[in-house]
Design a protein around this ligand. Structure first.
Ligand SMILES: C[S@@+](CC[C@H](N)C(=O)[O-])C[C@H]1O[C@@H](n2cnc3c(N)ncnc32)[C@H](O)[C@@H]1O
Length: 192
């Protein structure tokens, strides 16, 4: 809220809040970019003891970091880690099976920045995500136009998500403005 030192809210914070309003205990939830596991942990908490989280990351260091975070929280049995590109997402979940899917693009904080998400894999994964989501489900994507290569990927994702409106998805975009560097952008799409 205005006056709060955390205003404007971070895109990750808003994405977590929006996902929490959709996800129900027992659901299948997907983290397409597990990284250090902050988003995976949020999803594991929402999934409850009977739910399931798929957490994908192409980088061994990320899977290890995310696994440690989930293990420390005592929630390992809820999370299935997959060390593969999210371009393989369609191999891991059935159509209309997940109620929320999160993408947090860019690089793994604290690691070499060479290994960033790529436009081609991201778009393949987003196509898969759009069919894996259940009707009423929510897709969130955080893009980083300020990262090297991130501006091209962000524009491609914006173009991709805009086409969903032709199929009656409700879509939204959030970011801080008037920042020193291009601010991260949160995109969200609600499946009809
Ligand atoms: C910004 S980080 C994710 C942060 C994470 N969600 C968290 O909560 O800590 C982006 C992650 O995407 C991963 N990544 C890059 N290309 C990928 C791909 N093709 N498939 C899956 N993950 C990928 C990177 O290894 C990195 O860990």
């Amino acid at each position: 809220m205005p006056g709060d030192s955390h205003f404007p809210p971070r895109p990750t914070r808003l994405a977590h809040d929006w996902i929490a309003s959709i996800a129900r205990p027992g659901d299948l939830l997907i983290d397409a970019t597990a990284g250090n596991g902050h988003d995976t942990l949020h999803l594991a908490q929402l999934a409850g003891p009977n739910g399931k989280v798929l957490a994908l990351d192409i980088q061994p260091a990320a899977i290890q970091s995310a696994r440690t975070r989930i293990e420390n929280a005592g929630l390992l049995e809820r999370v299935h880690f997959i060390q593969q590109s999210h371009a393989t997402l369609a191999d891991h979940a059935a159509p209309a099976s997940a109620s929320a899917i999160m993408f947090n693009l860019g690089y793994l904080p604290g690691e070499e920045h060479q290994l960033i998400t790529t436009t081609a894999d991201t778009l393949t994964a987003l196509d898969a995500a759009s069919s894996i989501l259940k009707p009423g489900g929510l897709l969130t994507i955080i893009c980083y136009p300020g990262h090297p290569g991130g501006d091209h990927e962000t524009q491609a994702v914006l173009d991709w998500i805009t086409t969903l409106s032709n199929h009656h998805w409700r879509i939204a975009r959030y970011s801080a403005i008037a920042t020193r560097r291009p601010a991260p952008i949160l995109l969200a799409a609600h499946k009809p």
